[in-house]
Write a protein that binds this ligand. Sequence first.
Ligand SMILES: Cc1cc2nc3c(=O)[nH]c(=O)nc-3n(C[C@H](O)[C@H](O)[C@H](O)COP(=O)(O)O)c2cc1C
Length: 395
Amino acid sequence: MNNNKNPLALSIVIKDVHIKNRLVKSATQESMTDGQGDITNAYKQYYGRLSSGGVGLIITGHMYVHENGKLPGMAGIEKDERISPLRQVTNYVHQHNSTIFAQVNYANLKKIIEKKSGKKEWLPNTLSKEDIEEIIDCFGKAAARVKKAGFDGIQLHAAHSYLLAQFLSKKVNQRQDKYGGSLSNRQRLCIEVYRAIRESVGEGFPVIVKLDSYSRSFVTVPPLTKTITLREALDTAKKLEKSGVDAIEVTCFLATRGALPYKQKHIDWLKTQGKETRANVVGVLLTPIDLVINHPQWFKPHQNIAHIKAFKKHLHIPILAGSCFRDPVYMKKVITNNEADMICLARPLICDPDFPNAILNGDDSRSKCHNCNLCSLCLPPNERPLHCVYNQQYH
Ligand SMILES: Cc1cc2nc3c(=O)[nH]c(=O)nc-3n(C[C@H](O)[C@H](O)[C@H](O)COP(=O)(O)O)c2cc1C
């Protein structure tokens, strides 16, 4: 096939960084560390393997910027000792003629006991002004390390119910000061973190942000309440653009669904606690529920597209379309119709890192990903190296 006719094969420039095609590997936690935030050799090989699969831009799994914002298995970027091992990864990826951005995050999903009230609270409601200043400072310092480690750019994770998304959410963020209340107050932390990053890395370095197009987060009670609306998300994106952000990845936590491997997650967890018998009983008891919720039919392809189009319409910077893209024909249409500038793939590349090369060589077959979400069982508390259960030959 003539690649000139394939819109996904067109290069794109973000800031001054040339990206060879329109396909992005979205951030996926690798769980390839020693448990203390240091990356293992498997991490390096994983990125070498991805870059030889043809993807234009790789975004690493989230890295923690502060010890308190760490999930098990996450890689760390909170201290200078992380720079040298990560430099080996970026060198390796560059040898494969690929581009790699690092994703930075403050990952916290659990309520904590608030000192004064003794109540269980979400983190945004418990942080002092000094704590917030420390977090902003940590993001800035982490960004400097990202640049020193040879990454081509940085992505700030402001989605998926982690700290920055919790601040953005009206339901979660109950602060009474300048970081809570009105929308612009809730956006303040995200923008201040962006500014600290920009100050650290300078004008020439790409800084992009991952934002939810909307969120019906599980972190609220009742669980499916809208915590971030599309209107709010667009407003945040516009303010970030005005502040100097170079591109936005539009994601949606709820639009990432396929199956919910709830039973397996429970069984795995019990096994990690040494409770084999209980794990077997749970396996039997949960089977009827599992047959309903653990079904790939729940997956709706490219279900975030209407929201992505709204971002494209209201912004001038590149829009990276995220969540549930599986069909190359549809992906090409999105680029051709100027509905987004790049297409993000997460689970399809866990399943098959060569999927981009296939697409670029004219193969229009859909991703082999079953949307079973069994790859998510590599996430905490399990901490298994990220892999696809069906296509283990790729790893
Ligand atoms: C196993 C796994 C790990 C993930 N880790 C991250 C992460 O570290 N940072 C992030 O922003 N998103 C993470 N995600 C979400 C993906 O980047 C992506 O937004 C989501 O899976 C939807 O895209 P997809 O339909 O192409 O998989 C993860 C998803 C999976 C399945």
